[in-house]
Every structure is written in structure tokens, then in C-alpha cells.
Design a protein around this ligand. Sequence first.
Ligand code: NAG
Ligand code: NAG
Ligand code: NAG
Length: 329
Amino acid sequence: MLLNFQAIILILLFVPRSYSNCKDQKCKTTRIHGLKSSDCFNMNWKEFPKCLSSDVEVVDLSFNRIRKISRSDFQKHPHIKYLYLADNLITNIEENTFEDLDKLETLDLSLNALGKLPPTIFKLPSLKTLYLSQNTNLNLSESIQDASPISSPITKLDVSLITSENEPKDFPDFGEMIYLAKLNITGNQFNYIVPKHFAGLCNLQILDHENVTAFFKSSCDCWVLNNWLEERNVKFSKFICSVSEKDCSSHQLSEEDSKIYETCLKKLHHVQQSKFLCKIGIGVGITIGIICIIALIVIWRWRKNKIQRKHEQVKTVSYDPVENKLLNK
Ligand SMILES: *[C@@H]1O[C@H](CO)[C@@H](O)[C@H](O)[C@H]1NC(C)=O
Ligand SMILES: *[C@@H]1O[C@H](CO)[C@@H](O)[C@H](O)[C@H]1NC(C)=O
Ligand SMILES: *[C@@H]1O[C@H](CO)[C@@H](O)[C@H](O)[C@H]1NC(C)=O
């Protein structure tokens, strides 16, 4: 009894205190498409909120004043799928920051002051969409080089407006990214572009390069790239070339670039095929499961009937008190 009393006192002492740590709880908890979400948009946050629910899946921290994010912020929230950190003051992200976010699918780091990205971003196992727009200090080439080969299944990459005026940067050598379908490089100044930059992007479907200024190492590469991307059915506006197409009629895609592209395509088809087979496998599995269940029900009913029939047979041999003998109906 005394122990219980002490326990109650303890609870009374400690529970309110742990709540008071969470006075800063002001993000709105909602559900978006069935996902548990915390809406912390434009709330003058200076650090990652401490009191989000541990099973939160969507976190919108856009338009705040966060300078630093670290692994401890995310260790408590391993289920985050969508993380929006656009328009903050983040300058640096440590190597292990996102290490626990195996489920992270969308990461928005637009409008920050990032200089370099940790290679681990490009290794996130579920990452599909990455926004890096308007980080004018970003040395993307270096970040990508350190991460190469990129293993995240990124399908959409926005690296628009990451160069400042009159400070052209190297075009990032993405290498092989078999999933990449949408690439936005709008508003950048690059030193030069070569067809090879697009050789490992064999799934590319949309290329937005509005207002990009870049030289082509060889002026005819401009036509080689235009024709190649067109052949691949990429949606893009043609690069404006400094030479006429006729003057470049003898120029063709290099064998090396063609090889890189073919290797990428093979891997892409392989992945698509295994996905297809996996779907068929699941379909077959479900069908077999249903058949098994039906068979079990049929067997079960059949046995039940059999037992019932046996009972009836037993019942039919009964005693007739009037005639004082056993009847066999
Ligand atoms: C980016 O990093 C690379 C490799 O470290 C370096 O050579 C290059 O000068 C850097 N670019 C800028 C614009 O700082
Ligand atoms: C590419 O980025 C620019 C600038 O951020 C944006 O205005 C444009 O809508 C983007 N394009 C696509 C296809 O998303
Ligand atoms: C491209 O440049 C023009 C002229 O500077 C500007 O009006 C337009 O908004 C730019 N487009 C994008 C997507 O930045």
C-alpha cells in the first residue's frame, strides 16, 4: 500500500515534468493520404522539434531558421518518409545524419546554404525524390564524386539554380543512375557539357534545362546530344548550338558513351523484369493461398458431414421403450 502511494507520488512528480519539456509542441499533427504528419511550416524553429510523435511519417519544417540537423534528431523518428527542410539556414550536414532513415523517400533541402552533401544521402535505400534547388554554394560535382556510384533509387532530382552568376561550375558527373527519370538543371552556368554526362541516365524522361549556359567541349557535341536525347524520347527543349547541324553530319556518339548507355539499359530492364516477375509471383502466391483456403474449407465440411452421418447412423440404432427393443431405422 505504502509502495503504491510512493509510486503515485513519483508519477505525479515526473509525468508533468516530462510534459513540460514538450511545451514547444506547436506543430500541427494531421494525416496526409493516411500518413501521420507534423506540419511545422513557418514557425520560427531554430532546431529540429523535440516533441514530434515517434511514428511520424511526414515532417514539414519548411521556412524556418534551422541551422543544424543531426542524427539524434532522426533517431527517434525512423519512420519518416517525407522530410521537407526547404528555406532554412542549413550549411552543413554530417555524414551520419540520415543514417536511420531507411524509409525516407522524399528529401527537400532547397533554399539552404549547403556547401557539400554527405555521400550517405546518395546511398539512402528508399530515396526517390531529392530537391537541392537554390543552394548556390553547393559543390555538387564534388558531392557526387564522393558518393559515386550512387545507389539510391532516385527518380527525380532537382538541382536547379545552384550556381551564382558568372561563377560557372562543373557539370556533375552523375555516373550511372538507372532510375533517374526527371532531372532539373534550370538556371545553372556550367563550364561545359559532353554527351557522356547523360550516358548513365538511361531512364531519363524529362530534362528541364531552361536558362542553362554551358559550352560544349566540341561544338558538334551539341547536335550529337540533341539527336541522342531525341532518339531516346527524352522530353526536353533542344540545346541551341553554335554550329549548323549539316556541319556536324560526320559526328556521332562515341562508342564509349554508347556502351555506358547500353549497360545502364540492361540493368534497367533487369530491374523492371524482376519487378514484373515479383508482381506475378505475388499474384500466383495469393491465388495458391486462396485455393488452399477453399480446399481446406471443402475438406473441413466434408469431414464434418462424414462425422454427422456417423452420428446419425449411431442415432438410428435406438431403444424403443414401448416395444422394449432396439430399433434399427
Ligand atoms: C568543387 O570541388 C572540387 C573537388 O574538390 C574542386 O576541384 C572544385 O574547384 C570545387 N568547385 C568549386 C566551385 O568550389
Ligand atoms: C525546374 O526548376 C525551376 C526552378 O526551380 C522551376 O521553376 C521549374 O518548374 C522546374 N521544372 C520542373 C519540370 O519541375
Ligand atoms: C529564364 O531567364 C529569364 C530571363 O532572365 C527569366 O525571365 C525566367 O524566369 C528564367 N526562367 C527560369 C525557369 O528561371
